[in-house]
Write a protein that binds this ligand. Structure first.
Ligand code: NAD
Ligand code: UD1
Length: 345
């Protein structure tokens, strides 16, 4: 099934929101793709949709990255040259309630993965980190030298993985490791066939607005309108998921030059307020988004946006899609599949 002339990439968490968009880009960029995902926060329908969009096959293995034997078997069965590691748990609130599940999946799972990689002689890894590692800093725009910290178990898992991967690289400089700190990934593939599909009521802004627009939720609660920002609502750096995954291809090219450990922000550098997003979404969808002002959400900072200069220069990457395009693509997906992959399958 796989083309032996093409390099093979393992995508952990490839059935998820960002991972599925990554698989589309990889298949369209002439890679063979193997996905490992335990489907704890996704559906195999996304993997089928990826193959429909690209008209190319991929290998899907249902499995857990905490299962060492399964990972070893994957590396024995496929000539994997690099790993794009998206698998993990990502809900901040849930991480406060179930910290051990987060430490196990995100930290132990990643340790397992790098052990299997080392055994197989595959030492190229791109890790999904997060702007959450900038903690409660008020120094936006953040560049990669900003001191890091964490305020919740989810953030601590990202920080700890970043740290042990740096230790691993220091102990064995043959590793090629890219730590990508995502700002706020939103939007969907322009085909409208894949997108973000939260299991329950969305925690994040864009999927919440999309579900209000499609009539699944009555109104948006805006968490605070008294922040020291231009309109009082929180400011974030929203980045289109397709731009984001293209940054991973650039990161892999950067690692191909020579072994290194590199850290890059993936953001646009442009901050938008909650109200900016509401208005952009209303404009592209033609649907009114009712909202109420609510209490600030604990743990939120007033503003968070990237200094993307390092990724611009070293990776030759910059985001192309603007906020309206992000809303347009999020809306197309939500409109096509109001119930997400449950409806698509
Ligand atoms: P997602 O939940 O849609 O995708 C993660 C995928 O990993 C899911 O398909 C899930 O089933 C799978 N998974 C989880 N634990 C696993 C395990 N132990 N073994 C195998 N598969 C497992 O999330 P996403 O938004 O696509 O995020 C991908 C990565 O990017 C995560 O590591 C997340 O922390 C990170 N990240 C996401 C955001 C964001 O806003 N979406 C921001 C910063 C960083
Ligand atoms: C949140 C997480 C962060 C994680 C990121 C991506 C918290 C405290 N932070 O970040 O760790 O890396 O998601 O998964 O959970 N908003 C509303 N109403 C809503 C939802 C959000 O007003 O229903 C506001 C928020 O207050 C914020 C902005 O919209 O100002 C964006 O929120 P969100 O999409 O959750 O992203 P982050 O807060 O950046």
């Amino acid at each position: 099934m796989n083309d032996t002339n093409k390099p093979t990439i393992l995508v952990t968490g490839g059935a998820g929101y960002i991972g599925s968009h990554m698989c589309v880009e990889l298949l369209q960029s002439e890679f063979n793709v193997v996905v490992v995902d335990n489907l704890c926060n996704s559906s195999s329908a996304s993997v089928e949709a990826v193959q429909r969009i690209t008209q190319k096959p991929l290998t899907f293995v249902e499995g857990d990255i905490c299962d060492q034997n399964k990972l070893d078997e994957i590396f024995r069965s496929h000539p994997i040259e690099g790993v794009l590691h998206f698998a993990g748990l990502k809900a901040v609130g849930e991480s406060n309630e179930k910290p051990l599940a987060y430490y196990k999946n995100n930290i132990y799972g990643t340790m397992n993965l790098v052990e299997s990689m080392a055994r197989a002689g595959c030492k190229t890894l791109v890790f999904s980190s997060s702007a959450t590692v900038y903690g409660t800093s008020e120094n936006a725009p953040f560049n990669e030298t900003e001191p890091t910290s964490a305020t919740n178990p989810y953030g601590r898992t990202k920080l700890m993985v970043e740290q042990f991967l740096q230790d691993l690289h220091a102990s064995d400089p043959e590793w090629r490791i890219s730590l990508l700190r995502y700002f706020n990934p939103v939007g969907a593939h322009p085909s409208g066939e894949i997108g973000e599909d939260p299991n329950q009521i969305p925690n994040n802004l864009m999927p919440y607005i999309s579900q209000v627009a499609v009539g699944k939720l009555p109104h948006l609660n805006i968490f605070g309108d008294d922040y020291p920002t231009p309109d009082g609502t929180g400011v974030r750096d929203y980045v289109h998921v397709v731009d984001l995954v293209r940054g991973h291809l650039k990161a892999m090219e950067h690692l191909a030059d020579e072994p290194k450990l590199a850290i890059h922000n993936l953001g646009t550098g442009q901050g938008y307020s909650v109200l900016d997003v509401v208005h952009a979404f209303e404009k592209v969808s033609g649907v009114k988004i009712p909202y109420k002002i609510a209490e600030r959400r604990p743990g939120d900072v007033a503003q968070s946006f990237a200094d993307p200069a390092k990724a611009n220069e070293e990776l030759d990457w910059s985001a192309e899609y603007d906020l309206e395009r992000m809303c347009e693509d999020a809306w197309r997906w939500q409109h096509n599949f109001p119930d997400g992959f449950a409806k698509a399958s």
